[in-house]
Design a protein around this ligand. Structure first.
Ligand code: URA
Length: 188
């Protein structure tokens, strides 16, 4: 089965997902978008209001910031693949519960397996925790310390970065975020 078909099959499964109670309040599942042949794979936390309304990841305020950061790397959305740990919005965008992450993990695991990216960029703590657990990376540093560090795991590079939404609450961090993205250009 080719990559495209495999991804479509998983997407079909997630559209009907009722593994946790978030299906009751979602308007749309937000599976992921972009280039399934890209070597760069971004992971956020979970859909917000706009994403829930449209089914498109990072299309709201955080998404506009992500687009700006991508431009600094001379990349367009179509050049990368973008998804999140959770595929359904949490009520009032609260932090995902451990059980929700566990139930939803099947989909992200499959996306990583099928797309098989070289570079996994974790946007924020929820994505970092997921990927560190998956790859058994035993680092306990806070985001401020670990961001921008490149962790080599076999043939993959894991790179934790601040979540783009962080710039909404802490605009003074935007310069650090921009520099982190600019530095990534050397891996492309
Ligand atoms: N934040 C995320 O983590 N993912 C989205 O898709 C949108 C906002």
């Amino acid at each position: 089965m080719n990559k495209n078909k495999k991804i479509k099959d998983i997407e079909k499964k997630v559209q009907n997902c009722q593994k946790c109670s978030l299906y009751k309040t979602r308007k749309n599942v937000v599976f992921g978008s972009g280039n399934i042949n890209s070597k760069i794979f971004f992971i956020g936390e979970g859909p917000g209001k706009k994403e829930d309304e449209t089914g498109i990841p990072f299309c709201g305020r955080a998404g506009k910031i992500l687009n700006k950061l991508l431009e600094l790397m001379r990349l367009k959305r179509e050049d990368v693949y973008i998804t999140s740990v959770l595929k359904c919005r949490t009520p009032k965008n609260r932090k995902p519960k451990t059980k929700e992450v566990e139930k939803c993990s099947f989909y992200l695991e499959k996306q990583i397996e099928i797309i098989n990216p070289e570079i996994i960029i974790c946007l924020g703590k929820t994505a970092v925790d997921f990927i560190f657990k998956k790859f058994k990376i035993d680092k306990k540093e806070k985001m401020g310390k670990i961001r921008g560090k490149v962790i080599n795991m076999g043939n993959k590079k894991i790179i934790p970065l601040y979540h783009p939404a962080y710039a909404i609450y802490k605009p003074q961090k935007f310069n650090i975020m921009k520099n982190d993205f600019i530095k990534l250009k050397e891996f492309l």
